[in-house]
Design a protein around this ligand. Structure first.
Ligand code: NDP
Ligand code: MG
Length: 385
């Protein structure tokens, strides 16, 4: 059997761990090239040993001596820093899993695209900040982008190679998060612990807060616009609290195809790992009789303004989506550090977007400069709060 080689950027995170869980069950099929993490040295070192990785990269340079100690006596090559992340992403591999959280994953994702390989993309913030540039690079380098985000993976499966001309609309489903039925007054007092308790999914902290504000769906709306360019007016969002239907495609003849599955990220990850075939997973089977009913409701953009902010940002285009993403990253971090209230997250993003817009970026360096400036401005606004 021919082995395929794989690198995982963000190996210690929620998506990274789910990916490695599937690889662990199919050890003979995969050879691990590079694994990366930001600061969790012990977890990275233990994964690098277990999977016999060629290379382990820690992006926080201060942690290099710890990584060296943790991997002493092994054959694993080690490196640190932002440039080493890009080198790891550029190292030849049949598949690169882009699972770093935030805009920090943008340059490494671009490096993976430039090697013209297959990328399983979880890092939605990269597409939000630099969608046009990344998608042009995918085309120029003959890379293959497989969406790992459950909704986009569902859409990818439902599109099944059909041209966008056949599509009448694409609907992203949203769980509505832990605060779906909360009043504005309750939302104002929502705590970090409450926001971190997602009803259906077990994920990293940043995306869990994004799900609570519904910014996650806003980011996914922008992500869908780049992955499936059917026109913004054909993209919809619907709240579906059971998270069973992961998204749907409506065709011009009136047929709607949906993908259903358990709320387990190993399902969409497996669909990327095995694409264009299928593989076994240990995930629970969908028991619709036990679930009983599937419900749907319109999103409420008064209590959850984040989806509106994201739609306006992608309609405005240029630098706006990168600013939206950067301000949101700063705001979520501040909320997680108990510095701002839950409802101030969207307010901070709105304020960042109301400042004068820089010219539209045309290169990755320009996007990264916009991201840095927007973070600085958002931090300044926070200082004044
Ligand atoms: P986690 O926070 O669980 O993991 C993030 C990973 O990125 C970790 O390996 C972390 O390293 C690394 N990392 C964090 N900051 C940096 C940085 N500045 N530079 C380099 N590496 C960094 O996140 P998730 O796995 O939940 O999410 C990853 C991406 O996938 C996000 O973009 C998210 O939106 C997307 N996604 C996640 C889903 C999920 O179910 N979790 C579902 C759909 C999409 P360390 O451990 O050392 O901090
Ligand atoms: Mg999703």
């Amino acid at each position: 059997m021919t082995q395929r080689s794989i690198s995982i950027l963000g190996a210690t995170g929620s998506i990274g761990s789910s990916t490695l869980d599937l690889i662990r069950r199919n050890r003979d099929k995969w050879r691990v090239v590079a694994l990366t993490a930001h600061s969790r040295v012990d977890e990275l070192a233990s994964l690098a040993r277990e999977f016999d990785a060629e290379l382990a990269v820690i992006s926080d340079e201060k942690r290099l001596p710890d990584l060296r100690d943790a991997l002493s006596g092994s054959n694993v090559e080690i490196a640190c820093g932002a440039a080493a992340l890009c080198d790891a992403a550029a190292r030849p591999a049949d598949m690169v899993v882009a699972a770093i959280v935030g805009c920090a994953g943008l340059a490494p994702t671009m490096a993976a695209i430039e090697q013209g390989t297959t990328i399983a993309l979880a890092n939605k913030e990269a597409l939000v900040s630099a969608g046009d540039i990344l998608m042009s690079s995918v085309a120029e380098n003959g890379a293959t982008l497989l969406p790992t985000d459950s909704e986009h993976n569902a859409i990818f499966q439902c599109l099944a190679g059909n041209s966008s001309r056949e599509v009448r609309s694409i609907t992203l489903t949203a769980s509505g998060g832990p605060f779906r039925s909360w009043s504005s007054e309750q939302l104002n007092a929502a705590t970090r612990e409450q926001a971190l308790k997602h009803p259906n999914w077990d994920m990293g902290a940043k995306i869990t807060v994004d799900s609570a504000t519904m910014m996650n769906k806003g980011l996914e709306f922008i992500e869908a616009h780049h992955l499936f360019p059917v026109g913004l007016d054909r993209l919809r969002i619907i709240v579906h609290p059971q998270s069973v239907v992961h998204s749907m495609v409506e065709y011009r003849d009136g047929s709607t195809l949906a993908q259903l599955g358990p709320s387990d990220m190993r399902v969409p990850i497996a669909s990327c790992l095995a694409w264009p075939q299928r593989m076994d997973t240990p995930c629970d089977r969908l028991d619709l009789a036990q679930i009983g009913s599937l419900t749907f409701e319109a999103p409420d953009e008064v209590r959850f303004p984040a989806t509106r902010l994201a739609r306006e940002a992608v309609e405005a285009g240029g630098a706006a989506p990168a600013i939206l993403n950067a301000a949101n990253e700063v705001a979520v971090e501040a909320f997680l550090a108990d510095r701002i209230r839950f409802t101030e997250i969207a307010a901070l993003v709105a304020q960042a977007l109301s400042a004068a817009m820089p010219p539209p970026p045309t290169t990755l360096a320009e996007v990264l400069a916009i991201d840095r400036d927007a973070r600085r401005r958002a931090s300044d606004i926070l200082e004044r709060v």
